[in-house]
Design a protein. Structure first.
Length: 266
């Protein structure tokens, strides 16, 4: 249970002992923080003294470091304590934790945090989501991304993360060879293909499979609000690992439901 407002409160939540090693406490703290983030400047909770002593490391990892006696005492024989933290401090600690939790709970054998995010024109990204286009052409690419996840960003004017796919093959060859062998899978006209590949000796054909739509598309403006700065989309594609996209994709995974706690627990 959560009380939202400028001064938000997280209420006590009990997790069965056999489930506690699965980081579910972290998950619930993060979900509650997302719920109050539009309102909260400060977050607090109360708890019995014994629980604070037992789980102090957990609470301090989120920024709850100051503890004091609570105005209301709920239990006889045990001091009721309270702790609070500025929301921006809480959120910064969440961004540190979230990528590892995403890796833990992602249902795919390769985490999207190890892959790339790719900008694709809305006309082509729509075709990919509908299964009409299974090859994306790039003048520059790196075959090391084969078998990795690509998160698809539908570029202007849409400007949204719309889904993801697996790169199951990468072929480098002359443009005329790529066209002659794969024209029906490219989702473009011959004039469009020639215009894009003009002057290139070789291009990369990126084969996509296991395409999945997000439950809800996530606009870059909306995602930027989680970081208090504008997220700049990649011109072509960008690695997710060890870049600012690591946190962006982590938040996206949380919001659209690949943060699959249920399968991990049961």
């Amino acid at each position: 249970m959560v009380k939202k407002g400028v001064d938000s409160k997280f209420c006590h939540l009990h997790i069965e002992e056999e489930m506690r090693h699965r980081n579910l406490g972290d998950v619930f703290f993060i979900l509650m923080s997302v719920f109050v983030r539009r309102y909260a400047k400060c977050v607090h909770f109360s708890l019995p003294e014994g629980l604070w002593e037992e789980k102090k490391d957990f609470f301090t990892s989120f920024g709850f470091e100051n503890i004091q006696r609570y105005k209301t005492q709920y239990r006889n024989g045990e001091e009721e304590l309270t702790s609070s933290v500025e929301f921006k401090v809480l959120w910064n600690n969440i961004l540190i934790k979230l990528p590892e939790l995403i890796k833990q709970f992602t249902p795919h054998p390769d985490s999207p945090l190890n892959g790339i995010v790719m900008s694709i024109h809305p006309n082509y990204s729509k075709q990919i989501m509908n299964g009409e286009k299974v090859i994306e052409i790039r003048r520059k690419f790196n075959s090391k991304w084969k078998n990795h996840i690509v998160t698809i960003y539908s570029s202007s004017p849409v400007q949204e993360l719309i889904g993801y796919a697996t790169i199951n093959n990468v072929v480098e060859d002359k443009p005329e060879v790529i066209w002659s062998q794969h024209a029906d899978k490219l989702g473009c006209t011959k004039d469009e293909f020639d215009g894009y590949t003009k002057g290139a000796e070789k291009v990369y054909a990126i084969f996509l499979s296991e395409v999945k739509k997000f439950t809800n598309n996530l606009s870059l403006n909306y995602l930027s609000s989680f970081f208090e700065k504008r997220i700049v989309p990649p011109q072509s594609y960008s690695s997710v690992r060890d870049t600012e996209w690591k946190n962006v994709i982590s938040v996206a995974e949380l919001l659209h439901g690949r943060f699959n706690v249920y399968n991990q627990v049961f």
